[in-house]
Design a protein around this ligand. Structure first.
Ligand SMILES: [Zn+2]
Length: 160
């Protein structure tokens, strides 16, 4: 049996509508917030990091290479497309996703109240157990950003 791990990371600046900030979407869940990601796609940093973690675990090309932000087709694109591409590539390679662990760093919004909804959304999208936790930037100079780390474990082949 093969077991592999992949890490994904994503970062977006946050801004109000006047700065080009989009609606705050975290793991496919709309979260009320007066700032949102400044991004080419919909800026869902959790889905971007999780997609990259899965793609990396199965040895695929990364999200930025598969869906370049210079391509107008990806403008305002729903990040569910990215996660579905990652899940499909895993499945085509015979990989089952064991679990995904996600850490979100942002000062606003707070992750805790939306944690369960985000978890449920991710479980539905990838079909595997997900854990997610939020942290703040602790007063460092990244306070105007959302930053996400994700790891995905995958396996294929017979269990002995
Ligand atoms: Zn992103």
């Amino acid at each position: 049996m093969d077991i592999r791990i992949g890490h994904g990371y994503d970062l977006h600046r946050l801004g109000g509508p006047e700065d080009g900030g989009k609606d705050m979407v975290i793991g496919g869940v709309h979260v009320a917030c007066d700032v949102g990601p400044i991004a080419h796609s919909d800026g869902d940093a959790v889905l971007h990091a999780v997609a990259d973690a899965i793609l990396s675990a199965v040895g695929s090309l990364d999200l930025g290479t598969l869906f370049p932000d210079t391509d107008s087709e990806n403008k305002d694109r729903n990040s569910r497309d990215f996660i579905m591409e990652a899940v499909n590539r895993a499945s085509e390679g015979g990989w089952a996703i064991c679990n995904v662990d996600v850490t979100v760093l942002c000062d606003t919004p707070k992750i805790a109240p939306a944690r369960e909804s985000i978890c449920n959304s991710l479980v539905t999208l990838i079909g595997a157990p997900v854990n997610i936790k939020g942290k703040t930037h602790e007063g460092t100079n990244k306070e105007g950003a959302i930053e996400v780390h994700a790891v995905a474990l995958v396996q294929r082949g017979q269990t002995i």
